[in-house]
Design a protein around this ligand. Structure first.
Ligand SMILES: Cc1cc2nc3c(=O)[nH]c(=O)nc-3n(C[C@H](O)[C@H](O)[C@H](O)COP(=O)(O)OP(=O)(O)OC[C@H]3O[C@@H](n4cnc5c(N)ncnc54)[C@H](O)[C@@H]3O)c2cc1C
Length: 358
């Protein structure tokens, strides 16, 4: 068996690490110069959105010997709508770094991998398929998935973000549900450290949203953040992503090609979470290759989660700012606390109830 992994991101490196554990050595092909060679941002792992896995860091280390250090734990999630604020407290999950910064998830995984990595690779999938018996497509976008498989695009997303300097509570994450900042989308602030944070607006690129000037939304959001935090924002880095694909492939394995990470459809449409599913797909592909499972079967639960998450998104897209106020008001107190800290997969239950209506 000769195995090529195309892409040294979360799913590709998780696949390589699992294969190595099974005594199989792949070759990794990465188009960039080093692990995590891209813009810096901070992401989160929210326990409420990765059920039945409660603590993803613990799960990957204990169950799969993949070791990841978060930037911080999340002790407080502050959700803002135009006129309401809900503060949820508890062990809610973790923040983690990505990209060109020490301790980013890609760099941490890269340090654990022993397989050969060919950086600055320009090898196409077709060429790899010719030279290797198995190819893992882990390129972080769905371009190849669209080309070689049936890939259902649910929607594409525009993301506009920046890293800012200021004074931040390291364990407090802010989220905004406000159509004036991100129509049918969401915005957030995740602390990178006590004096740096990542702010982002993300919204679906439906034709009506494409007509809106994203710079205007961005200016409104920045003002909103400054008002909420009661401090001025000093931006030191910015990034913008357009046409970020959210969708799912119909066939995760085609011959000896495995679609993992975003090529599989790891981004959950509701709030764009994809890290846990990306790592899982990498692990599952490796389990299949080493004869310990069937990739199609192993990914069935993720496919269900994707569909549930899409139902929640469709519901959210219909909501006005008044609806967001009502929702956020209802998240204050025991309901919000139960959803974000309870053992039950509330979001799965809610999406099941909503399915007939969307
Ligand atoms: C701004 C932003 C914020 C996000 N926030 C969150 C969050 O808070 N929580 C969460 O769970 N998820 C979040 N996500 C989603 C999450 O980051 C992704 O789902 C996850 O990284 C996907 O992993 P992957 O392995 O598919 O791709 P990646 O980790 O992106 O890795 C892809 C790798 O493939 C390489 N590559 C690309 N093309 C080629 C090629 N032709 N040849 C060789 N190599 C190639 C890339 O350089 C990269 O190294 C966010 C995404 C974005 C964009």
């Amino acid at each position: 068996m000769k195995i090529a992994i195309m892409g040294a991101g979360l799913s590709g490196l998780a696949c390589a690490l699992t294969l190595e554990q099974k005594g199989i050595t792949p070759v990794i092909f990465e188009k960039r110069r080093e692990f995590g060679d891209r813009f810096v941002n901070c992401e989160i792992l929210l326990s409420a959105l990765s059920k039945p896995i409660n603590d993803a860091i613990k799960y990957f280390s204990e169950k799969h010997k993949i070791y990841l250090n978060p930037a911080s734990n999340i002790k407080e999630l502050i959700i803002h709508s135009p006129h309401q604020t809900a503060v949820i407290k508890g062990n809610l999950g973790y923040t983690n770094l990505r990209g060109r910064i020490d301790n980013s998830f890609e760099k941490q995984l890269g340090q654990q991998v022993k397989s050969k990595v060919r950086f600055k690779s320009s090898k196409s999938y077709e060429k790899l398929l010719h030279e290797y018996s198995h190819v893992i497509l882990a390129t972080g976008d769905a371009a190849y998935a669209q080309k070689i498989s049936s890939y259902d695009t649910a929607f594409t997303v525009k993301l506009k973000g920046a890293n800012i300097k200021g004074d931040f509570a390291i364990s407090s994450v802010h989220a905004w549900l406000n159509n004036d900042f991100a129509p049918q989308g969401y915005c957030y602030l995740i602390p990178i450290s006590h004096d740096r944070a990542n702010i982002v607006i993300a919204y679906p690129e439906y034709p009506r949203n494409k007509k809106i000037d994203s710079n205007l939304l961005w200016e409104k959001f920045k003002k909103g953040v400054a008002n909420t935090l009661n401090q001025s924002l000093e931006i030191y880095e910015q990034f913008e992503i357009t046409e970020y694909m959210v969708g799912i492939c119909q066939y995760p394995r085609i011959g000896n090609t495995f679609l993992v990470g975003n090529n599989f459809g790891s981004i959950m449409p509701f709030l764009g979470f994809g890290q846990v599913a990306a790592i899982l797909t990498g692990i599952y592909a490796a389990l299949d290759i080493s004869g310990q499972g069937d990739y199609q079967d192993l990914t069935k639960r993720l496919r269900k989660s994707f569909n549930n998450s899409l139902t929640l998104r469709k519901t959210m897209e219909k909501m006005s700012n008044d609806n967001f106020d009502t929702l956020v008001k209802s998240l204050k107190g025991r309901i919000g606390q139960g959803i974000f800290t309870g053992k039950l997969n509330y979001l799965k239950v809610v999406s099941k109830l909503l399915k007939p209506f969307v």
